[in-house]
Unconditional design. Structure first.
Length: 224
């Protein structure tokens, strides 16, 4: 039997850490940035919006705070200079950053399924039905290293292909993509615009939040 896409429903709630306004703000990438591997997000769709979230608050913090992780070059450089009062050290998260963010929980209320981009069945299906995308990126088969790899051009092309799939009435087939974070074992969701959502909670980000502290410890970070 030919492989089919692995489909599933999203959990309730989904979590994300975001700026205070707008709530549940969708990510958008312009056509120029979409062609740059160093800009945008993994599953952004050119000309459409994508909202990112995680199954746990820890996943929401990890995805949002990854940019604060200490880099090897920074650690090396700072080890050779004398510490100065007030200097921001590698891995320090400004308290001001926390005050401008909210931890929000929300539900996907629509009935469309999500595509599990981690599943071998999905890899086989896309290899057969979206082969031009794979060949354009030098791939003969899709697998975990590819979908979790550094090529955002590949993952954005896959997301755009899935976003464009419609039924005989021109209605979308999928609500988005389920994936695993490259930062660790965090289940994440890329939600296509047009998917009905309902905001459930909106909480201030506080330094004592156990989920936040867990991510800080994982990444060797601190709050200043």
């Amino acid at each position: 039997m030919p492989a089919e896409l692995a489909l599933l429903t999203a959990p309730s709630p989904i979590w994300r850490v975001e700026r205070i306004n707008p709530p549940l703000g969708f990510s958008r990438v312009n056509p120029v940035d979409a062609m740059n591997d160093l800009t945008g997000n993994r599953f952004d769709v050119t000309g459409a919006g994508v909202l990112y979230g995680a199954t746990t608050p820890e996943g929401g913090y990890a995805e949002t705070m990854a940019g604060f992780r200490p880099r090897a070059s920074m650690v090396s450089a700072f080890s050779e200079i004398t510490p100065e009062l007030g200097r921001v050290l590698p891995g320090q998260v400004p308290m001001a950053w926390l005050t401008t963010r909210r931890l929000r929980g929300f539900d996907v209320t629509g009935s469309l399924p999500f595509v599990d981009i981690e599943a071998p069945a999905t890899h086989t299906y896309l290899t057969h039905h979206a082969s031009p995308i794979l060949l354009q990126h030098g791939l003969e088969n899709l697998d975990i290293p590819a979908v979790r790899g550094p090529s955002r051009l590949l993952t954005r092309a896959i997301a755009s292909w899935l976003y464009s799939r419609t039924d005989e009435h021109g209605q979308p087939l999928y609500a988005g993509i389920r994936y695993v974070s490259r930062l660790g074992d965090f289940e994440c969701w890329a939600i296509f615009d047009g998917t009905p959502l309902e905001l459930r909670t909106s909480d201030e980000v506080v330094a004592t939040d156990p989920a936040l502290r867990h991510v800080l410890d994982l990444f060797g970070m601190s709050i200043r």
